[in-house]
Design a protein around this ligand. Sequence first.
Ligand SMILES: CC(C)(COP(=O)(O)OP(=O)(O)OC[C@H]1O[C@@H](n2cnc3c(N)ncnc32)[C@H](O)[C@@H]1OP(=O)(O)O)[C@@H](O)C(=O)NCCC(=O)NCCS
Length: 187
Amino acid sequence: MHLQTERLVLRLPRLDDAEALVDAVSDPETMRYIGDGSTTDLAGARRTIGKWLARWAESGLGQLAVERREDGAFLGRAGFLVWDREEWRIGSRPELGERAEVEIGWTLLRRHWGHGYATEAALALRDWALGEAGLTRLISLIQHGNERSVRVAEKLGERYERDVEVMGMRTRLFALGQAPARVTRAA
Ligand SMILES: CC(C)(COP(=O)(O)OP(=O)(O)OC[C@H]1O[C@@H](n2cnc3c(N)ncnc32)[C@H](O)[C@@H]1OP(=O)(O)O)[C@@H](O)C(=O)NCCC(=O)NCCS
């Protein structure tokens, strides 16, 4: 998977991206609205990228590294995460089937905020997802207070739908495309 925009290249992550990603995952301000807000170190950054690669293998969807074309700088990550829309836990498309809800998300290294890079990456991913990948709906799960992220979601055409409880936290669900009818788990 490889996408190019005016200023960016989106490519599959590599384990050695951890050396740049660590600047994001070790920064409390960047991690403030991600999960429980905890930070990690280089080994944690490597584990994160390992998980991203495993999710690509499981679901044919996942996170991409965002690079600046001009100088090849690693700016952050943007991509997809598959959720169980009944229980709001991370899963895979084969396992969840119709219960799968695909999230589009983004994180940039703090020094690269404020240039429109997240929106530029997310617009390309949205178009790929709704085009080539054949998806009809995308969501973004955004914690209360994360207004920068809301601005990106709204620029994609996502609208606030409802609050959901994700890992014990009330979280805003933004979405593009129609909500599916409720699917209940087979007995
Ligand atoms: C969420 C996050 C990716 C948003 O980053 P961002 O840089 O604010 O978002 P964008 O890349 O879309 O940039 C938009 C800003 O760039 C400005 N900008 C500058 N040049 C621009 C250009 N050429 N094109 C578009 N926007 C430009 C815009 O005016 C806008 O600034 P504003 O929000 O102050 O109005 C970033 O804050 C982040 O990594 N946060 C931590 C991780 C996180 O919370 N992720 C989301 C979890 S749900």
